[in-house]
Design a binder for this molecule. Structure first.
Ligand code: IPE
Ligand code: MG
Length: 239
């Protein structure tokens, strides 16, 4: 029995900002691309550990809206990795019954990558195990803005009155309306920021920060985050 197995409560939805690939590489005098490559190994391990713990939802912040502003080489490199891994890991998704969902502004991706995303989503759509959400070309403000646009459209078409817009209605237009909000947020590499990740969905989330760089995030680190979560008492604004 591992440490995590003995915990009383496990999160239902973990959201992770995987940060520190560049610094991991720099420490080893390697190019940043090697850090991203090492980061994908940590992703695979995390997925397997989360599946083993039967945690229902895992959301990974793979690429933010602002990341498009990185040097072209690095963006291309990240896109390449994303594409290769989505294709390569289909076997893993089948084996573990994982449903994959990609959230973000898909219009900014190349057609090849967009096709690959849609293919992976439809191939795994009926899977009933872990829901693996990959946030790519995503930002919390983008999500809230696109929801507002949809609501405005509905009002314009007379399907809805402004008065009918409340938090519950708003949520239905955001990404992941059918999933529980994240209850545990993890960010690696010592940064203590949300950095425009799931702004709406993190309203009551327990925030866990660790100095570990993403490629070094292993089972021991996951256990530490779960232990932190287990020690928190969540009151949702009540006493
Ligand atoms: C996270 O690592 C990976 C992505 C944002 C895609 P970074 O590339 O941000 O690594 P640091 O922050 O430079 O160390
Ligand atoms: Mg970073």
């Amino acid at each position: 029995m591992t440490k995590a197995d003995s915990l009383q409560k496990l999160p239902k939805h973990i959201a992770v900002v995987m940060d520190g690939n560049g610094r991991w590489a720099k420490k080893r005098h390697l190019p940043r691309s090697m850090g991203h490559k090492a980061g994908t190994k940590a992703v695979r391990k995390l997925i397997e550990n989360v599946v083993a713990l039967q945690i229902p939802v895992l959301t990974l912040f793979a690429f933010g809206t602002e990341n498009w502003q990185r040097p072209t080489d690095e963006v291309e490199d990240l896109m390449d990795l994303f594409f290769t891994h989505l294709e390569k890991e289909v076997a893993l998704f089948q084996e573990h019954n994982i449903q994959v969902r990609i959230i973000g502004d898909l219009t900014l991706f190349s057609e090849t990558l967009r096709d690959c995303i849609l293919r992976t989503q439809s191939l795994t759509a009926t899977h009933t195990g872990l829901v693996l959400v990959i946030a790519a070309s995503y930002s919390g403000r983008w999500d809230i803005t696109q929801a507002a646009q949809q609501l405005a459209q509905d009002v314009q078409e007379g399907l809805l009155t402004t008065k009918q817009i409340d938090a519950a209605k708003f949520s239905t237009k955001l990404c992941l309306p059918d999933l529980p909000d994240a209850d545990l947020f993890i960010r690696t590499s010592g940064e203590r920021r949300i950095s425009n990740f799931m702004l709406w969905q993190l309203a009551y989330t327990e925030l866990y920060f660790t100095d570990i760089l993403w490629p070094d995030f292993d089972k021991k680190e996951l256990d530490a985050a779960l232990e932190f979560f287990n020690s928190r008492q969540r009151r949702f604004g009540k006493v």
